[in-house]
Design a protein around this ligand. Structure first.
Ligand code: ADP
Ligand code: MG
Length: 447
């Protein structure tokens, strides 16, 4: 029996009602019952023009939904409603749309753009400030400042967030036609157009836009006909000063299989990269995400997450979502033990037990000092530094709390341990050779 609480607003459109029921049926087949009840039942869906609008209770719900079953959901939607169907997630009660109003006001953004990704909620640090400034400049004066804008960087570092922010910002201005596509969707549309002999329409569609944004453009590298088509679209738009924004996981030089003439065009404007955020930025991102989700985290827990999950913001968010879900389900508040337990894999918590004494001995040997200095009051650098390294490693490799570590180092305060941890962590980020040295020590101690 289908438990059908997921609401549909345009009930008076029978085709859509059946289609939504199809989607629900498919999801019920594909998702475990608990997930279906938790994520699909609360959804409210509505269809306006060529977009499916999903309304949810909070941003937090949307994040969890996307992380847990977003791709299954989107696959089902595209199977039933076609690849061209855009999906938008919104917070709050949906507007009830009367059929007669449905055709009014087409959205200025053509494509799947998430309205929650804004410049305002993007945390700026040294790793992304250049890219951020470039995106703001382009959003302010499209086609005038940097054309094309080519943004690149590793997975989960905020590239998509930034270009959605550009789209959202531009959509506030009157009369700008924005097309947002992933490289994959652009390619699929082209293949479809070739199949149905409608490449003229395809071409026409893209050459009418004022701003063309292609996310994950690396997808088109090596696909001859897509590159060819894209090359001509690029030229046609660039000639008349229409803005082109490209995002990739690597810089143009490293795109093997990319046609040379495209590579050179990608370099015409401004190439900006995004690096993994440093610890301070990761802490700031975490603070902003917890605020958005309406939860608070202990300093210790934030620090644990931000110091262990280092090069992917999406993973950091995922850890937070998991932790919050666990806390909701068990009705317990989040603390260090819960974080270490629930996030064992993400945090690389070591199962084999290593004692603080083992660490003190090993690090003292390594730096050529007596193990007793780990507990002494001496503050000279040749003693204090190995001691800080040992505190750092104790924090990384044992389950001991900050006060417990402090007391094993001659009754020191937990803030001293925290300070040592931050200091060593910062130095690891700045000094590659030192980072390697610490990694080596961690690995030998892990055994
Ligand atoms: P990418 O496209 O580079 O793989 P995304 O833009 O999808 O990464 O970012 C992954 C997640 O991390 C998104 O939820 C995004 O909001 C978040 N994120 C990344 N960087 C930041 C930042 N500097 N400030 C706030 N959120 C960020
Ligand atoms: Mg992306």
């Amino acid at each position: 029996m289908v438990h059908f609480a997921c609401s549909i607003l345009t009930m008076n459109n029978p085709t859509w009602t059946t289609q939504w029921q199809d989607i629900i049926n498919q999801l019920q087949d594909q998702l475990p019952g608990q997930k279906f009840d938790a994520w699909i039942n609360p959804l409210e869906a509505n269809i306006v023009d060529n977009a499916l609008i999903i309304s949810c209770a909070s941003n937090f719900f949307i994040n969890g939904f996307k992380a847990d079953c977003g791709s299954v959901f989107e696959d089902c939607v595209h199977t039933v409603l076609g690849q061209g169907m855009d999906i938008h997630y919104k917070v709050g009660k949906p507007q009830v749309v009367k059929p007669s109003e449905e055709k009014t006001q087409p959205s200025k953004i053509d494509g799947n753009v998430d309205s929650r990704f804004t410049f305002k909620n993007f945390i700026v640090g040294s790793s992304n400030e250049f890219a951020f400034a470039a995106c703001q400049a382009v959003a302010e004066k499209p086609g005038e400042s940097y054309n094309p804008l080519y943004l690149h960087g590793g997975v989960g570092l905020g590239k998509t967030h930034l270009i959605h922010a550009i789209s959202n910002e531009l959509s506030q201005k009157p009369d700008i036609k924005i097309a947002y596509r992933t490289g994959e969707r652009f390619t699929n549309e082209l293949i479809k157009a070739i199949g149905s002999r409608s490449t003229d329409q395809f071409r026409e569609h893209y050459r009418k836009v004022d701003v063309l944004i292609i996310d994950d453009v690396q997808f088109i590298a090596g696909k001859t006909s897509t590159q060819e088509e894209f090359f001509h679209t690029f030229n046609a738009l660039h000639e008349v000063h229409k803005q082109i924004i490209l995002v990739s996981d690597r810089n143009p030089h490293d795109m093997s299989h990319l046609e040379e003439r495209l590579r050179s065009r990608f370099n015409w404007g401004l190439v900006a990269d995004i690096q993994p955020p440093n610890l301070e930025t990761r802490l700031a991102i975490l603070a902003s995400k917890t605020e958005l989700a309406g939860i608070t985290l202990d300093k210790d827990v934030s620090y644990l997450l931000a110091s262990r999950i280092t090069n992917n913001v999406r993973e950091l968010e995922g850890a937070l979502t998991r932790l919050t879900a666990f806390s909701h389900l068990t009705k317990k508040s989040i603390d260090m033990d819960m974080a270490k337990n629930v996030l064992r894999e993400q945090l690389h918590v070591v199962v084999r037990s290593i004692t603080i004494e083992d660490i003190q001995k090993k690090i003292a040997d390594y730096y050529g000092i007596a193990p007793k200095e780990m507990k002494s009051n001496k503050r000279s650098r040749n003693i204090a530094f190995p001691r800080q390294v040992a505190m750092y490693i104790s924090k990384e490799l044992t389950q001991a709390s900050l006060p417990e570590i402090g007391s094993s180092f001659g009754g020191r305060d937990h803030t001293t341990v925290l300070y040592a941890h931050r200091k060593i962590d910062a130095q690891r980020q700045e000094d590659r050779a030192f980072d390697d040295e610490i990694s080596h020590l961690l690995n030998t101690l892990r055994g």
